[in-house]
Design a binder for this molecule. Sequence first.
Ligand SMILES: Cc1cc2nc3c(=O)[nH]c(=O)nc-3n(C[C@H](O)[C@H](O)[C@H](O)COP(=O)(O)OP(=O)(O)OC[C@H]3O[C@@H](n4cnc5c(N)ncnc54)[C@H](O)[C@@H]3O)c2cc1C
Length: 436
Amino acid sequence: MFTRQATKVLRSLRKDKTCVRIEKRNHPITRNSSTNVVIIGGGAMGASAAYWLTHKSPGTCTVTVVEKDPTYANCSTSRSVGGIRQQFSIPENVQMSLFGAKFIQNLKNQFGPEADIAYAPNGYLILASPQGAPQLAQNFKLQQELGATNTLLSKDQLREKFKWLNVDDIELGSMGCEKEGWFDPWGLLSLFKSAAVSKGAQFVHGEVQNFVFTNDNSLKGVKVRLPNRDEKILEFDACVLAAGAQSGAIARMAGIGTGAGDLSVALPVEPRKRYVYRFDSQGKNVPPVNSPLMIDYTGVYFRKDGPVFIGGRSPDSDEEPQADNLEVDFSYFDNTVWPLLAARIPAFESVKVQSAWGGFYEYNTFDANGFIGPHCTYDNLFFATGFSGHGIQQSPAVGLAIAELILDGRFKTIDLKRMGFERLMKQQPLYEIGIY
Ligand SMILES: Cc1cc2nc3c(=O)[nH]c(=O)nc-3n(C[C@H](O)[C@H](O)[C@H](O)COP(=O)(O)OP(=O)(O)OC[C@H]3O[C@@H](n4cnc5c(N)ncnc54)[C@H](O)[C@@H]3O)c2cc1C
């Protein structure tokens, strides 16, 4: 399927003279037009795909990114905590994160000497209870085999190394080293976008309203509403769906989840609201400036953020908040997050919340992992969505994978076949244990 699609796209790259014309226009869809690849959503995933497509095929593949909010105020990327770690339980997630770490370490080679995304390689510290310790050790083994550089720490080692930590009910810790930490997600998105634009990608301010079909019900374009409320049609050879938390709703516009046969299966990606609290502590023995991002077995996490801390916890499934707004529930900190934090870090008994924000995970309700690859019926519609809280670190690898599928017809750098939509069609979930 991939090979057929790649051939189709490459054939159109050679023949389609309109592409060159479009590339030179400042406002590419002031009238109906066409492009080789339309990317729906210009967040980290969409911008990364645009970057790799334009850099792998300079001057030949025309790429148009349609983004409904060029301020990016509410997208997942802008509201992300920006963590990167290799401490996952399935090989693909470890490999994509390793790729991301290497990409960040080589950032200046990719984007020039000024490129900086404030990478803090402080590591991740994941803590396991006696019940969770065997799984943590098993994950560690896999991560080591794939090239991660973390270490396992016993209760005594944890007590010795992290004097601010209460380890009474902890059995084991796993600490990532130089390839783990956090960075500025907005900085990464900006680098992808400007590098893609420099190679000819067009970023269009508009909202995808619907798909346009051929007579035999294949996808051939999108209907885009411009800020002046005009609606234009943008035809494509291939389309990348990277609309974050809105991806499930946009897939429905193509009949995915509302049609017959294979089209009766919906793309199970929806918004799930998460809170991030910024707080200060006046307690004694606070975690120092070089502390890792800590994730407790209860799901609560924190990291340093300049002079203060940020932290939070994903709610249990029966306490998921409404996801139709980004308001913050401060009582969730008081009643759930704070008690767990204070139990783990005694200095956090006395904290003062300074501010907080809400953000949407683009949550895959099937197995909380990304979908990377084509739809089973529409072989020119490629998914890059559903990363459920671990997508920013995977965005360099996912963008490259999508570019490889479209331009080369197959995954070349990391074999991500198992991350495709087929697993949903076959009802074979790919559960990741290391998500929070
Ligand atoms: C609070 C929080 C903490 C997180 N922490 C981490 C972390 O530590 N590590 C990590 O790896 N990941 C983390 N994530 C997840 C990560 O941020 C996301 O996986 C990633 O940013 C997803 O990028 P995206 O481009 O798919 O989505 P987005 O950034 O949401 O981009 C999608 C874009 O599509 C646009 N769009 C939507 N509908 C349309 C339409 N109809 N037409 C045109 N455009 C449209 C939107 O405006 C948006 O800009 C976190 C997320 C949140 C919310």
